[in-house]
Design a protein around this ligand. Structure first.
Ligand code: NAD
Length: 392
């Protein structure tokens, strides 16, 4: 099969196995190029392990610290006629590399929100690892089925309190335009917190500790985005921000409940990046295109792997981690500092349909977007016939 990108709106509906494998290899090379990283995790559970920040966490754990990794993701397998999802191919490539390096790597594909998956993971840890000493929570999902009631909750991306009109960039139509977003009602806020809040993270830690598979002093972190004024109305102070606030509550609850085991839970705030999750959020493609331009000019641009390598070295396993007033690890300072934000705001105010491509780094954004699916990767022949059927 010759595989070329099929883009529909803000997603790409296919993926290239060779391109995905090349992107995974690049991340592994980056981590290995950092040399000895010192003390770190030994046995790691990564929830949301197949793309974005979760995949970078898995790669950092395995290839930076030699850890055994058990991953959970929700990906589609390929068929004769249809490619698998990017996360499927990333996971296959990761397994291949881990095996070659004699590193334990197993992945369970299914709904991480379900009680059945929690049990499967516990059984797997008992059988293969005994206990885990790090749990990464990196799920990004539009809906969640409550494991007790069976009710399906759907998240919404809306402002809270009042309507908001702002600029946005429609990647499909190549159009900068104003978008007006009506405020969410209480039900929509509640639903979003149910999906992306801390309840499931807490349920995971409860289940793992009850089953005796958490090592004493186990660390756990869930990822958040905080951002600044430009993104607050649609992210930080919007429905998704309410859900993310709930992660702070969950971190304290986990620390309190599991203090006898000295479990150490923190929320980690990371920078905005092109991932499958962020490209679905209105305003983010415009903001990230400007952010990339500014941070590349400042020499501070980072991708998922650089952010996560820093998080492990400076925060999770650092001797003096930077914590904010909410006890969160902060890796977003190079994006959210006032000087950088002022430059982005200057561009934001000027940006129009006519000058968008000149002022922004949309070319860089689009390149990164394609790479999420294994496209636009140097050295890959996109006219070649490739077998979509790749197994783990
Ligand atoms: P992503 O879409 O790249 O990854 C999501 C992962 O979750 C994938 O591995 C997917 O398979 C898995 N997943 C989704 N639903 C699942 C389910 N029901 N069961 C099992 N696995 C499931 O997302 P990302 O951008 O890497 O986001 C990860 C976390 O990082 C999120 O909490 C997000 O809010 C946070 N974050 C993202 C950004 C950003 O700019 N992308 C910035 C800061 C923080």
């Amino acid at each position: 099969m010759v595989i070329q990108p099929k883009i529909r709106g803000f997603i790409c509906t296919n993926a290239h196995p060779v391109g995905c494998a090349a992107v995974v290899s690049e991340q592994i090379d980056y981590i290995q190029g950092l040399g000895d990283l010192g003390d770190g995790p030994k046995k790691v559970l990564v929830l949301g392990c197949s793309t974005g920040y979760g995949l970078a966490s898995r790669i950092t754990s395995a290839f930076g610290y030699g850890a055994a990794t058990l991953g959970v993701c929700f990906e589609k397998a390929p068929t004769e006629r249809k490619t698998g999802t990017a996360g499927w191919y990333n996971t296959a490539a990761f397994h291949h590399k881990a095996k070659a390096a004699d590193l334990y790597a197993e992945t369970l594909n299914g709904d991480a929100f379900s009680a059945a998956m929690k049990q499967e993971v516990i059984d797997k840890i008992k059988a293969d690892l005994g206990q885990v000493d790090l749990v990464i929570y990196s799920l990004a999902a539009p809906r969640r089925t409550d494991p007790v009631t069976g009710e399906v909750y759907k998240s919404t991306l809306k402002p809270v309190g009042q309507a908001y009109t702002t600029k946005t960039y429609d990647t499909d139509k190549d159009l900068v335009h104003d978008v007006s977003l009506e405020p969410a009602n209480d039900d929509e806020i509640f639903n979003t917190v149910k999906v992306m809040g801390g309840e499931d993270w807490e349920l995971w830690l409860d289940a793992l500790s009850e089953a005796g598979v958490l090592a004493e002093g186990c660390k756990t972190t869930a990822y958040t985005y905080i951002g600044k004024e430009l993104t607050w109305p649609i992210y930080g102070q919007a429905t998704i921000g309410k859900a993310k606030e709930d992660l702070d509550r969950a971190a304290s609850a986990i620390n309190d409940k599991l203090s006898a085991l000295s479990v150490d839970a923190h929320v980690s705030s990371l920078k905005a990046l092109v991932t499958q999750a962020s490209s679905a959020i209105p305003v983010m493609p415009l903001y990230i295109s400007l952010l990339y331009r500014v941070m590349k000019n400042e020499g501070t641009h980072e991708g998922c792997i650089e952010q996560i390598a820093g998080l492990y070295k400076d925060c999770l396993y650092g001797s003096e981690p930077t914590l904010d007033e909410q006890n969160r690890y902060r890796m977003d300072g190079k994006e959210t500092n006032d000087d950088t934000q002022a430059v982005i705001k200057g561009l934001w105010d000027q940006v129009t349909q006519d000058n968008f491509h000149e002022l922004s780094d949309y070319a860089g954004y689009h390149h990164e977007f394609l790479r999420l699916f294994g496209f636009d990767v140097a050295g890959v022949d996109y006219d070649a016939d490739v077998d979509p059927l790749v197994n783990w």
